[in-house]
Ligand binder design. Sequence first.
Ligand code: HBI
Ligand code: FE
Length: 288
Amino acid sequence: MPDGGFGQGLRGDYSQARPDYTVEAHWRAYSADDHAIWRQLFQRQSAQVERYACDEFIHALKALKLDDRIPHFDQVNAILANATGWRIVAVPGLIPDDVFFAHLAKRQFPVTVWMRKPEELDYIVEPDLFHDFFGHVPLLFNPVFAGYMEAYGRKGPEALALNSVKLLARFYWYMVEFGLIRTPRGLRAFGAGMLSSHSELAYSVESPEPNRVRFNLERIMRTDYKIDAFQETYFVLDSFDELFAASQRDFAPLYAAYRDQPGFPAATILPTDDIIHKGRRALAPRAA
Ligand code: HBI
Ligand code: FE
């Protein structure tokens, strides 16, 4: 194990991991059941993306020509490298923050090798192959989003040095995992968390329950999130250029200002928010 213990309590097999936490992808080791679970999840999500995903995701998904079997990482890399210089690397599951940042900074996206079990079709706590691949890989074909993901990785060492990974991680969570974007055809999802979720995809785009608030970097960095329930607030981009521009800002002053403050609860609506939709259970800000 690369650093004597990371991985304990996690599902993956970390015993064969290299120092950068990558492992060999053993496509032939997937069972018929693994492929069957991929097929079920793939068909179920593919049927929804035309209605709920952003165009960039839909186009890339078509270009990937995925089918009913778990994809070969090599074949994906052959086309992804040409498109944006990104490639995917196989990992046992979650990896330490510093290692994760370092991969992104090198345009390498870590994809978990194991598949969820039949009883976990609708919900798993740790990211698996389906979430990592179906949710994250298609947007790596978009040059602007691909540039943002590298920039995010490059922000890691500074955030670690300034004890501010929590704030940087919120930026990833509310965008890369659960971001919405405004398009000529209405709000669409680009976050991997909902694109890989049977029930949260439609919910994020059209349910009256959650808040939808215009993108604001400071606001996101100050907002707590839940990992075990649908999001209570989604943040909405106007364009991926806006996301990339935010990643080029100096984060050090934001870390200094907000690092030691409690986060806003996820359902909070602030007077300063640019509200697209106020959810049914929106919370007023805590009294100071
Ligand atoms: N590891 N495999 C994997 N996938 C992630 O999304 C991930 C991770 N390690 C750390 C991490 N995410 C986040 O906490 C960072 O964005 C801070
Ligand atoms: Fe993810």
